[in-house]
Design a protein around this ligand. Structure first.
Ligand SMILES: [Zn+2]
Ligand SMILES: [Zn+2]
Length: 374
């Protein structure tokens, strides 16, 4: 079938909306009408070339929700036509070592998410241009296409009563931020937490720290608009620099420093990791969630900080999220009024306005922008 979607055709490049041909669903695949797609910063990292993709054109978007329109066949998840789903940006097979031990975000299928092809048939693509050239799929889902074709391993069925334009946010930004604080930083009641960068992922790290019972949550962002957002999502303090945040954290901890620092800046730089580690107290955990240039190496840290202060430096992809469970529990928290989703959406865009949306994101005007497909 024919659809439209936003792709990058060159790197560095900008998003452009083109016609796409969607393949026939195979036995383990679903065709989904995408209703809404959040605009995550990661897509821009691929457009700039910070991290590379397997093929061009590449159909972007990895945070979405929609309605199943066709099935390739009966499936193990029992998904039917008409079911509402949130897309998992990292697929989960359910039986590899990582899935089997509660780390679905590290599923072996993740190796294929930036290749763009079917993971079990890497020479075959689910999307094509109208003249027959293969089009890669961001995370195997390409949620900036109005209709997409995905593996059953890339969806979580959700209850029908959750509005899809809100549910889509749980696909990446909310679960990544929330999981970075709750799962990866192991925030405990009474902790002092610093969240470095309070955009669409960082404010959800703030929400996670609230849920985990942190006593002091310090949001750090040079943009006044994002400091305000941090406070609205539960930060107890919001400052412009890490120096101020580190000073506050020491005040709250009898001079020791933060229990956790979550790094959720827009573009990761090695210096930021050093600053984050410096703000920690003994035994603290620094979680690096942000993405920077894949070629960048070297963090200027004193090695003894790791040893003698027993500080931990942890990277995370997707906030350590187990999509099949975390998506559902986050939506339950939303339904119970305990997780803010509506407030995350600064502005909505049509598909044709998508590059404008990214321009707004990169000029610090958005917590989250959402594309609403027709
Ligand atoms: Zn994302
Ligand atoms: Zn797996």
């Amino acid at each position: 079938m024919r659809t439209r979607g936003a792709v990058i055709a060159e790197v560095p490049g900008r998003l452009e909306v083109i016609d796409l041909e969607v393949d026939e669903p195979r036995a383990d695949e679903l065709e989904v009408k995408v209703v809404a797609s959040g605009m995550c910063h990661s897509d821009d990292h691929h457009a700039t070339g910070d991290s590379h993709v397997g093929i061009l054109p590449f159909a972007m978007g990895h945070e979405g929700a929609g309605i199943v329109t066709r099935l390739g066949g009966p499936n193990t998840k029992g998904i039917k036509e008409g079911d509402h789903v949130v897309f998992n940006p990292l697929p989960s097979c359910g039986h590899c070592r990582r899935c089997a031990t509660g780390h679905q975000n590290l599923c072996d299928l993740g190796a294929g998410v930036l290749v763009g092809a079917r993971w079990r048939d890497p020479s075959s693509y689910r999307l094509h241009t109208v003249d027959g050239r293969p089009v890669g799929q961001m995370c195997g889902i390409s949620t900036f296409a109005s209709t997409t074709l995905v593996s059953i391993e890339s969806v979580v069925k959700i209850p029908d009563d959750i509005p899809l334009d809100k549910a889509c946010l749980v696909g990446c930004g909310v679960s990544t931020g929330w999981g970075s604080a709750v799962t990866m930083a192991e925030v405990q009641p009474g902790h002092t937490v610093v969240v470095m960068g309070t955009g669409g992922v960082g404010v959800n790290a703030v929400q996670g720290a609230v849920h985990a019972g942190a006593a002091h949550i310090i949001g750090v962002d040079p943009a006044e608009f994002k400091r305000q957002a941090a406070l609205e999502f539960g930060a107890t303090h919001a400052v412009a620099t890490m120096d101020e945040a580190a000073e506050l954290a020491r005040q709250f901890t009898n001079g020791q420093g933060a229990d956790a620092v979550v790094v959720t800046v827009g573009v990761l730089q090695p210096d930021y990791v050093a600053q984050a580690l410096g703000a920690l107290g003994k035994g603290g955990i620094c979680v690096v969630t942000a993405v920077g240039n894949e070629k960048s190496v070297g963090v200027p840290i004193r090695m003894t900080e790791l040893t003698f202060s027993q500080k931990q430096l942890r990277g995370t992809v997707f906030g350590g999220t187990n999509g099949n469970w975390d998506v559902l529990r986050l939506l339950d928290l939303y339904r119970a009024g305990r997780l803010k989703l509506d407030e995350l959406i600064t502005r909505t865009y049509t598909l044709d306005e998508i590059q404008k949306g990214y321009d707004d994101l990169l000029s610090d005007q958005l917590v989250r922008g959402v594309v609403l497909h027709d």
